[in-house]
Every structure is written in C-alpha cells, then in structure tokens.
Design a protein around this ligand. Structure first.
Ligand SMILES: O=C1C[C@@](O)(C(=O)O)C[C@@H](O)[C@@H]1O
Length: 750
C-alpha cells in the first residue's frame, strides 16, 4: 500500500452556502436575512487571468483572425514582424505575427511577457504547421463561420484564465457528463441541444472516433488532425465544458497501451486546444501524469481508473492505494469497477465516506460500479456521473444510464420527491412567452417528477405570492416580472417567519439589486457532492401532494425549511454580454445604462459590476444605494454631461450601452446609440456593445442603428434565453443549454 501523498489544495464544496452572514443594509425590514455570495454561485467566476500580451500567429492571408481575437478581447491590435522586442507595455494590445515570421523567432520568445496562440483555419488544410503547434502555448483551430466568434470567446476566456467552470461546477449538488460515442461528432451535432439537456459537460471519447482513410478503412487511431477538427466542431456547437478522453484498450477503450508517449502527445495537444477537462489514466507512468499536470494551463485533470477484472474490492488496501496515487495529479479522481454482488455498492458508499473523512482536502471523488448490478451506484454518485442518451449509437460502458433514468430512480427511492414549481406572473406578463410547455419539456426530458404551472398572482389573499409558496409541496418559483424584496416582505407573515424568524436567505445579487425573480427551496445543508447520498437535489423532505389550481395551504411550507431569494436576470445579462466577448473586454471600461426606473436597471448594473466595469453613466433613474456605493456611478443630468462622457474614458466614449427602457422609447435609445457609436471605421478599432432589454413592438429598431454605428448588438431574446437557463438551474439544479431554450421556445439557435 502507498503512503499518504501531498495533494493539490482543494476547497470543500460549499454548496453555495458557505459565505458567512452579512448584515443587511436595507431599511424597514423586520428580519435580518442571511446573504450568500451570488457571484461565487454564478456560472463562471470572472477573473483578470493572464495579463501577458496575447500574440496571435496567423496563416497566409488570415490577418483578419487577429482582429477577431482583438474584438473578442476588446483591445486594439497591431501586426508585428517578430517576437523580439515585445515588452509588457504592449499588454493592452493584441499582436499578430505571420506564421512565416513566427517560425523564425518563436523558440526564443520571452515567455513571461507573452502568451502565444497558434491560429489555424482548417479550411487551409490539416495538419497545421507542426513546428508551430509544438512551440506555441495554445492552438486555435477555426472555420470561416459565424460560430467562430463564440467559440473564440470561450477559448480565449478559458485559456487566459478569466473563467473557471470547475469551481462553479463543484459547488453543484450533482454533476453529470454525457459520454458521446460517435465515430464522428458531426453525427451528434444536429441533436446536441437535446443530447446535452441535464449535462454539465460533454465527453469526447477520442479513442472511439473513426477517421476514414478514403479506401473504405479507418485509421487505427484517429490522427491529431482529425481529433483537432472534432474538438473544434464540438466546441462550436456546445457551450458545455469538454472532457477529452483517450481510453485505453484495457479499460474498455481503443487507445493502444504499448506507447504511453502517445497518450502524452494527444492529451497535451488537448491542453493546447483549451479543452476544459483532460482524462488521464492512472496506469500511465508517473512522469507523464506529472508532466501533464504541470503543463495543464487552465485545464483540469480528471484521473481515471477502471477495473474490468471482476476482482476489484472497494474495502481493499489496493483501492485506497489507487485513490491516493490518483490524487497526486488530479482535480477529480474517478474510480470505476465491475462488481459481482449488489452489496459491493454499499462497500463503494463506505469507501466514499471513508476517503472524504480521512482525506478532506483530496480532490472530489467520482466512484461508480459498472454493469446492471452497479447501476444503483450511478444514482448515488454526485460528482460527474457519466450518462448516456437514447440517441447515442452505443453506451460507453456497461450499466450506463441516462439523466432521465437516474432521476426516475432517485424519485422512486424517495430521493427526489415530486414538488410543484410555479411561474408566477401578472395578467400583463401572461402575453409574453408561454413558459409552461418549455418547463414541461425540460422536466420530461430530464425525467423529473415535478409539476409545473404558470399562475397569476394577486397582491393579497389566497392567490398572493406567499400563498403559492406556503404549500407543503412547494418546489420553487420564478417571478415574472420580478418583485422587489421590500414588497415581498411587506406585511408577509409567511416570509418573515421562515427559518424560525430569520426570514428567507438572500443572494448577494438580491441584496444589491433589490429585485427577486427566483424563489429557490434550499436543499439540506448536509448534502455535498463528495458525500454519500443524503438528500434531494433541491428539495427538503416533504410529503408530495397532488397539484391543485389554487394554493393548498392546509399543509403549509415548513417554517423550519429555507427559501432562497435569487435574481437570475443579472446572470442572463452577464451571459449575453460575454457570449462573444471575453470578460476582460469589460474590465475597467465605461458603461451607459438607460432606464426609467431603478428596478429595471438594477440587474444590468449588477452584471456590469460583476464584469468589473470601471464607471457607469446612468440616464433616467436613480441608482439603488447599495449598488451606487459599490462602484463609480454618475448620473447624466444635462446635455453637457452627455457630451463630456462621449469623449471621456475609453477610446471614443463608453464601451457598453445597456437600455432597459421600454419599446415606446426606442427613438430616444436610437438617438443615444448614435451619439455614443461610431467606433468601426473611426480611429478606434474596438467594437462596442449594445444591449437592448426592451420587449415588444416598437418604431425603429435601435439594434439596427447600433450595428450601423459599429456596435455588436444584442436583444432581449438572448437575455431571456440565458436567464431561463439560469432559472432552471436554480430551480431544479439541472443544466439546460441556451440553445435548447432557444429551440424549444420556437426561436432560431443563435
Ligand atoms: O470513465 C468513464 C466512465 C464510463 O466508463 C462509465 O462507466 O460510464 C464511461 C466512459 O466514457 C468514461 O470515460
């Protein structure tokens, strides 16, 4: 047996609940609610990341890719002849160097001053220049399609360390990934939205890819050219992190084991392609595992061990030694075995608990048993459970289940009680997108037992918001339109009495924005991803009841249970603003926000704060005090101040303009867009951003004006879809792709 080894530091999974209580700073509240940090709980934590100068190596005739990189990073660009003489002061620029020039000087570059990305248009032929592939830090493969910009935004945000999926995912009570088994990912792409509902990542089984050789046969192992293209195609079509796996022949894969260096070559290239998770088998020689760990960039390493002998025993010292060996170079430890007896599932659970207690700082553990006998363990496991889907050609391993099957099993084990989830609307919001079919489709696809209904709220009485929440079967709600925290609490006996008088828990977002759009039933604080099964993904223990069209308060919501008030809208705005841009594009920049009321503007303001915008000019409203204190805000109160803002701050005035004015004000918005626009073709190369949150028919579309003035324009459809995806994640703990939301709400994909 091996001795204990030093492990990379891993934080315990907070389940979104670790942040200490912060005193509430709002007046006239009878309760002092707990506030949790919603930026930490959000999709991707934003960081400043790598501050070295990005150098883009481009192929013949491909200069435009340098400007696309610059656009995505919100920086100007220049072309250079060589790596010599590039210094830190050029950090604010993106530099392009032709592949021809790069070849001469790349080896001697100053690695502390620059990060070099080899870009290659696959349309020019594969493979790219192999020498450059090996010498550059990262490699971006692209096609001439529109999808390239989103793919690029994601690639660059990740490789420069501005987002961190892993930390966020590890706070989720459960995570799933789909093991794609297609010989060519192109076969998966038409269904990718449906295939990935409920998934937190997509596994590319590189060893199962079949590269046609043109003579009717297939390569024994797919070439790096083929694999690179497959990674590119998959990433262009899914926003989910990719898990890149070269499963060996002994562990149910097709990668030959006679040359471990081959694994290094394929896995290191995946790091260069900016793949989020790299599956590294623990049998590989230690120097290879160590080298990959050291050269991992921002990728995370998932150590993998499979035992197909049928002799593996979870209580053995061998099992523990494998775990400890895996921990050395991993962010997640995965151990999977074939078992012979049902009781071995309980041995695995004991193992899970034991290692969690004995090695509390070890990486999260994903442990499963294969075959039908082991299926129950797939419902117990909480960290990156591999799943299949009926649309896949084959299952990746014996006993694999779909997300719907796992949820159905959890429901029948009493681990996922049926709840009633509501869309609480007003009569005027009823005319907007009907959400009931969408939620029903989601629940159906995910095999969730919940009931969903859209209900109309009244200010008081039996149909008020609190009446819908005060039911034993209550499983959460979204509020459309959002409601202010103050009015929710006003005279509400129910909300104030929650949690034995402390009231609902607020996310920091609600604390700052003041508006609630999602009410989440909090899971029991004892459940954590690394531990044995203990509670439901998002519901405390409650008796399930049948749904009734009016609230049934005979058995009210337990006052000892807790409700979390959250705001999903700001996340929808943030995700819209970073769809085609790296977060750093906004750091320190100036913004303008237009609204006729603070309540309409607050989510956008909070999103801009999360993006670390330097200053916000406001038009038409007074910033809520909590937000105004946290970053620089200046109201426009005269035409002069508008004129001043046009020329101050970023090159050519504010970088981002968000309008939360109604559609009836579209002419005014158009006018302001014109006033602040004009970047393309002007002295600045930086493309600005315009987001219009107005919904409904209008005269003249400010987005068209914005595009004419050189802005990248986004509308409410994008924000609503992103917000809906966030809402589903908050309410049922499951990830639904943006593209699935767009597809099922009858809109085109992008
Ligand atoms: O490691 C795993 C787990 C797995 O083997 C399973 O048992 O579901 C499926 C594989 O694709 C994946 O790489």
């Amino acid at each position: 047996m091996l001795t204990q080894v030093p492990m990379p530091a891993h934080r315990p999974s907070p389940n979104g609940n670790l942040t200490p209580e912060v005193a509430m700073d709002m007046d006239s509240r009878a309760v002092t609610p707990t506030v949790v940090d919603s930026v930490k709980m959000s999709d991707n934590r934003l960081r400043r990341g790598d501050t070295r100068t990005p150098i883009i190596v481009y192929g013949p005739g491909q200069e435009t890719i340098v400007s696309t990189f610059a656009d995505v990073l919100g920086k100007p660009f220049q072309l250079a002849d060589s790596f010599q003489g590039i210094v830190a002061k050029e950090q604010e620029l993106v530099l392009g160097i032709s592949a021809e020039s790069a070849r001469i000087s790349v080896a001697g570059r100053d690695q502390n001053a620059m990060v070099v990305i080899h870009s290659h248009n696959v349309g020019l032929g594969m493979p790219p220049d192999m020498f450059l592939s090996s010498q550059c830090d990262y490699e971006f493969l692209y096609t001439d399609t529109l999808l390239c910009r989103q793919d690029l935004a994601r690639f660059i945000s990740f490789t420069l360390g501005q987002v961190n999926h892993h930390e966020t995912l590890m706070t989720k009570p459960r995570t799933f990934f789909i093991s794609t088994t297609f010989p060519d990912v192109r076969a998966a792409l038409p269904n990718i939205e449906v295939l990935t509902v409920g998934c937190d990542a997509v596994e590319l089984r590189v060893d199962l890819l079949k590269e046609p050789l043109g003579d009717g046969t297939f390569a024994q192992i797919p070439s790096l050219s083929y694999v690179g293209e497959q990674v590119m195609l998959l990433r262009q079509r899914t926003e989910l992190p990719i898990i890149y796996t070269t499963r060996c022949t002994r562990e149910n894969g097709r990668f030959p084991m006679d040359n471990p260096e081959l694994f290094y070559e394929y896995l290191y290239r995946a790091i260069q392609w900016g793949v989020e998770y790299i599956d590294v088998e623990v049998w590989l020689p230690e120097e290879i595992r160590q080298k990959l760990f050291e050269k991992r960039g921002n990728s995370h390493i998932m150590s993998a061990f499979h035992d197909f002998t049928g002799n593996f025993k979870w209580p053995s010292s061998y099992a523990q030694s494998i775990f400890l060996e895996s921990c050395k170079y991993a962010h997640i430890v995965k151990m999977i075995a074939i078992i012979n007896d049902h009781n071995e599932n309980f041995e695995l659970e004991y193992f899970r608990t034991k290692i969690r207690t004995e090695y509390p700082s070890a990486p999260p553990f994903s442990g499963l048993n294969m075959g039908e006998t082991g299926q129950i363990s797939r419902t117990f496991n909480k960290v990156f459970t591999p799943i299949t889907h009926p649309l896949l050609p084959i299952i990746a391993a014996p006993g694999q289940m779909s997300a719907a099957e796992i949820n159905a099993a959890l429901a029948s084990l009493g681990q996922l009680p049926k709840t009633s989830i509501y869309g609480i609307i007003t009569s005027s919001s009823r005319i907007q997108v009907p959400h009931a079919p969408f939620y029903e489709k989601c629940f159906n696809e995910l095999g969730l037992p919940h009931h969903f209904a859209v209900v109309e709220r009244q200010t008081k009485g039996p149909l008020s918001i609190e009446a819908w929440c005060n039911q034993r079967s209550f499983g959460g709600a979204y509020l459309n339109p959002p409601v202010s925290f103050t009015s929710l609490m006003h005279h509400s006996n129910f909300f104030t009495k929650l949690e034995n008088g402390t009231g609902p828990v607020l996310t920091e977002a609600v604390h700052m924005i003041g508006m609630v759009d999602t009410i989440v039933v909090q899971s029991s604080p004892t459940s954590s991803p690394g531990s044995a099964p203990s509670s439901t993904p998002s519901s405390p223990h409650r008796r399930s009841e049948s749904f009734s069209p009016t609230p049934n308060n005979t058995y009210g919501f337990s006052t000892s249970a807790s409700l979390l008030f959250d705001n999903a809208s700001w996340r929808g705005i943030l995700r819209t603003l970073t769809r085609d841009l790296a977060p750093s594009a906004y750091f320190g920049r100036t913004a303008v926000v237009l609204a006729s009321h603070a309540d309409d503007a607050a989510s956008a303001m909070y999103a801009l704060k999360a993006l670390r915008v330097g200053k916000v000019y406001t038009v038409g409203f007074k910033t809520p005090p909590a937000l105004a204190r946290s970053f620089e805000v200046e109201p426009f109160n005269s035409l002069e101040s508008l004129q001043k803002a046009r020329t101050m701050g970023d090159d050519g005035g504010p970088f981002v303009l968000v309008s939360a004015l109604g559609p009836e004000k579209s002419s005014l918005v158009g006018m302001l867009v014109r006033l602040f626009g004009g970047a393309r073709g002007s002295s600045s190369q930086i493309r600005k951003v315009f987001l219009d949150l107005a919904d409904g028919p209008r005269k003249g579309d400010p987005a068209t004006i914005a595009e004419q003035c050189g802005f990248a324009a986004y509308g409410v459809a994008e924000t609503t879809a992103f917000t809906t995806a966030e809402t589903v994640r908050l309410l049922v703990g499951q990830n639904v792709p943006y593209s699935f939301v767009r597809l099922t709400s009858g809109k085109g994909m992008f």
